[in-house]
Design a protein. Structure first.
Length: 158
């Protein structure tokens, strides 16, 4: 009986080792991801060119939201005004996942703004925007200890 359990345990352990060794590790370039996030923010949130901003979404992003819904959502998120300037200074990789989060902060004359931009790797070393949210979701569901500072903060132009 003990021999049978050891055999099953060995088989299970071997399967686990094999499965975990096959897991693909994603290497992110947070600087390129941040650059693309800032480009998206410049077009969409500073220049308010929603049509061009929509074009900067990844195929997955476009699959989940229509152009009209995108315009409506971005406008609704900014009922009190849009930021005058935004800065990307933090990121958070998703271990063994394709996306990476880029955190943007900014302000206008009256309000502070925080965003979390989910950037999806295109597979050829570039990134596209998958989602944009107010950052509240990121504070609730992602451990803050996983956030890292970008080597060089990037900002939009006023």
């Amino acid at each position: 009986m003990l021999g049978r359990r050891l055999r099953w345990l060995s088989l299970l352990l071997g399967w686990f080792v094999l499965a975990s060794s096959c897991a693909e590790s994603t290497q992110h370039d947070e600087n390129i991801a941040a650059k693309r996030a800032i480009e998206f923010a410049q077009v969409t949130l500073i220049n308010k060119d929603f049509d061009q901003g929509y074009e900067l979404l990844s195929a997955g992003g476009k699959r989940h939201i229509s152009l009209d819904k995108f315009k409506e959502t971005v406008t609704r998120l900014h009922s009190r005004g849009f930021p005058a300037r935004l800065t990307a200074n933090e990121y958070q990789p998703m271990p063994a996942e394709n996306p990476i989060w880029i955190y943007l902060t900014g302000q206008n004359s009256q309000d502070q703004f925080q965003y979390r931009v989910t950037m999806e790797s295109t597979g050829n070393g570039d990134y596209k925007v998958l989602t944009l949210d107010s950052g509240a979701v990121g504070r609730l569901f992602s451990p803050l200890s996983e956030k890292r500072q970008l080597a060089n903060a990037l900002s939009t132009q006023p």
